[in-house]
Design a protein around this ligand. Structure first.
Ligand SMILES: C[S@@+](CC[C@H](N)C(=O)[O-])C[C@H]1O[C@@H](n2cnc3c(N)ncnc32)[C@H](O)[C@@H]1O
Length: 268
């Protein structure tokens, strides 16, 4: 029971790929085994086979949510890959010149796709509030596959260490001290809507976005899944809208109609 057979490992790998787009290579077998084992022990399940049956045949919703939370990698930070935020700060005129809808609707709609514990969308909120055209209505949708990280994001309470990443001025303006921790204040919190969403699903959006941040998410997908996602992102951006991807990611080798602006920044 403690050992995940190669055959069972491949079944899990295939399920994870089909359901979440996440590609797990053979060298990650020990890591996956220990994550599944933890869930099996916690839920007092008999075997890897029984747990797999719960996931794939019974399709128990809670089991699936717990499983997806466990297998994802959620590393993130405030102001991570800061040149993206600097780009927005320094190119407001360029952004609105190329995307007339922002001024017409007096609204900017941003999607943080794979938002983890909220640092990325909250950073976006700070930057847009501080540096975008004053009075523009800011709407940030932040989605993730993991209910565990979303719960933390909604709570918006962060460790004392965040003061190493956030400028003191922003920290005092957008957070309030809670014991030794920092809690996002209402002015920032109200800019962001958090939702559970699997990027493999059809996009249900009625309105398009002016910017999409999908950073350090596609690295877990293979080329085929990345290509599909890039096409879907293109479809839900307005003309002139921007796509930001992670620093270790690139659209090179993909078929796409985006205009390249800078490494990891693209315009529709
Ligand atoms: C490494 S974090 C990146 C967080 C943030 N974007 C950043 O760059 O700091 C990747 C996030 O993508 C999420 N993710 C992975 N696969 C996903 C999928 N199929 N649908 C939605 N989110 C997914 C994970 O749950 C995780 O929170």
């Amino acid at each position: 029971m403690r050992y995940l057979s190669d055959g069972m490992f491949l079944k899990y790998v295939s399920f994870i790929y089909d359901k979440f787009g996440i590609h797990i290579s053979q060298d990650k077998k020990d890591m996956l085994q220990s994550k599944i084992l933890k869930l099996i022990v916690k839920n007092r399940i008999e075997s890897y086979e029984e747990y797999f049956r719960l996931l794939t045949q019974v399709r128990d919703k809670e089991t699936l949510l717990e499983f997806s939370s466990e297998i994802t990698v959620n590393k993130t930070d405030f102001f991570r890959e800061n040149n993206h935020f600097e780009y927005i700060k320094n190119n407001v005129n360029f952004i609105v010149d190329n995307n007339k809808r922002i001024i017409r609707n007096n609204e900017i709609r941003v999607w943080s796709a794979g938002c983890s514990t909220g640092e990325e969308p909250y950073t976006l909120g700070v930057i847009l509030q501080e540096h975008f055209l004053q009075g523009t209505y800011i709407k940030i949708l932040a989605t993730d596959l993991s209910t565990r990280v979303l719960k933390e994001a909604v709570t918006g309470v962060y460790s004392p260490a965040i003061k190493n990443n956030i400028d003191k001025y922003y920290l005092l303006k957008y957070f309030k001290k809670q014991g030794s921790e920092w809690k996002v204040n209402e002015n920032l919190r109200r800019l962001v809507t958090f939702r559970l969403f699997n990027l493999m699903d059809d996009f249900p959006f009625k309105k398009s976005f002016d910017m999409i941040f999908c950073r350090n998410v596609m690295i877990y997908f293979d080329s085929k899944v990345q290509q599909k996602l890039i096409d879907k992102f293109y479809d839900v951006l307005v003309p002139g809208g921007l796509l930001f991807i992670g620093h270790s990611e690139s659209l090179t080798g993909k078929k796409h109609k985006f205009q390249y602006l800078k490494p990891t920044i693209y315009m529709k």
